[in-house]
Design a protein around this ligand. Structure first.
Ligand SMILES: Nc1ncnc2c1ncn2[C@@H]1O[C@H](COP(=O)(O)OP(=O)(O)OP(=O)(O)O)[C@@H](O)[C@H]1O
Ligand SMILES: [Mg+2]
Length: 396
């Protein structure tokens, strides 16, 4: 080997990124170009919480396709809402929950109590927990706004009972409001008449057109990259690619990956060649962090299924076949394999988070479930296998 220090070069060498962390999935930018109307509408919806003669609980649904900025819209607006209220001595508290990580009402309520009020609620029922929460909020006059992102991971009864808790002490003292966030198809599966009766405003967020995507790309590139590393052609080329999906994440991931490729090749500029390479590597429907939120057993199940697809080249498989592969994978990773019913519920979760498709009835329903077919979605099995293996090989 030469005396060249590749590690040091990677650590301190040139990069076209001046602020790479602004491209991370959890980053919420300081502005949301082209979403001004939605920001105002969302904030306005919660004005009644600020009233002096009692406040009314508000439930708003934010519905829209992948990457249209629902999560960002909610976090951006409500963090500011909380700050502005608090600076006027109105006690508003905004809490954000992604239901991929917090998968039940119980998990969310317990977390609210322990993280924010230092109350341990183990051993109490959901009703008792809600009761403790409402009492505490009432005593301290806190208006709580809970965002439930990816809300389709919860049962609609769970959401309903949170709505009810908000209205617990009659309409003058409503301490819990919510924001429900979901993609449209999932929302339809969740929505029922009792639930919709409690939604004060359903905000349908449309996809971005090419021009809007270009504006967003300009803003985000300006924040993340040195100006010499790209030009108008770069951003136009990316906007052309994601115009069909109308998905901002699609464009931003291509920008990020093509920038990383430039860095890797020690190039000072994002060449069209890197954009083309990045394009084929990005699956805009799949949130980058979705795999990381899965439990080990679910990852093993996903890997079993994906390996099956990879080895057979088929586009569908059965639960039984998937299970066989899963058992082998468990051995490989030195994990104890669980029974088929655990596997089925893992499949159900993988379906809900959009990693696999599924045809024919609910998988967890007895015999009928045996015939359920697992299908693969847009993301190629080889890519899925590679990404899951990466996560599983990381030290826990
Ligand atoms: N108006 C905007 N300005 C700047 N960045 C944006 C804008 N809209 C979306 N983004 C960025 O695009 C990406 C996707 O946005 P976000 O995560 O809010 O989408 P989403 O609608 O919640 O998608 P999903 O349904 O997949 O959860 C994020 O990186 C976000 O920062
Ligand atoms: Mg989101």
């Amino acid at each position: 080997m030469s005396g060249y220090d590749y590690v040091e070069e990677a650590m301190f060498g040139k990069s076209i990124f001046k602020n790479e962390s602004t491209m991370y999935p959890e980053f919420v930018p300081p502005e949301l170009p082209t979403r001004e109307d939605e920001i105002a509408r969302l904030a306005r919806n919660y004005r009644s919480l600020l009233g002096t003669e009692g406040s009314f609980s508000v439930n708003v649904a934010i519905i829209g396709d992948a990457g249209v900025g629902k999560t960002n819209l909610c976090k951006y607006t409500m963090n500011r809402f909380e700050q502005a209220a608090n600076s006027r001595h109105i006690n508003v508290k905004f809490l954000y929950y992604n239901c991929h990580s917090f998968r039940s009402k119980t998990a969310i309520l317990r977390n609210i109590l322990s993280e924010n009020f230092r109350i341990q609620s183990r051993g109490f029922s959901d009703e008792e927990i809600l009761d403790m929460l409402v009492k505490r909020l009432t005593k301290e006059e806190i208006r709580l706004i809970i965002a439930l992102d990816e809300a389709n991971m919860l049962h609609s009864e769970d959401i309903l009972s949170i709505f009810h808790a908000g209205e617990y002490f009659g309409s003058e003292k409503s301490m819990i409001s919510t924001i429900i966030i979901s993609r449209p198809i999932e929302w339809r599966s969740l929505l029922n008449i009792p639930l919709s009766g409690h939604i004060h405003d359903q905000m349908d967020i449309s996809g971005y057109d090419r021009n809007e995507l270009l504006q967003i790309l300009e803003f985000r590139a300006g924040m993340a990259l040195y100006p010499t590393s790209y030009n108008d052609d770069t951003l136009n080329m990316i906007a052309d690619i994601c115009a069909s999906s109308q998905n901002a994440r699609h464009g931003l991931e291509i920008l990020y990956r093509s920038g990383k490729l430039a860095d890797l090749k020690n190039e000072p500029f994002i060449n069209p060649e890197y954009i083309r390479a990045a394009k084929s590597d990005v699956y805009p429907e799949l949130r980058r962090d979705v795999l990381e939120e899965l439990r080990t057993q679910e990852l093993l199940a996903a890997l079993g299924i994906a390996r099956r697809f990879k080895s057979t080249g088929n586009t569908s498989t059965s639960v039984d076949e998937g299970y066989e592969n899963y058992v082998v994978i468990c051995e490989e990773y030195d994990e104890e394999s669980r029974g088929k019913s655990t596997f089925r519920s893992a499949v159900e979760t993988l379906h809900k988070v959009g990693i696999i498709g599924k045809t024919v009835g609910p998988i967890d329903e007895g015999k009928r479930g045996r015939r359920a077919k697992i299908t693969i979605l847009d993301i190629p099995a080889t890519v899925l296998v590679e990404r899951i293996e990466n996560i599983l090989s990381k030290p826990k």
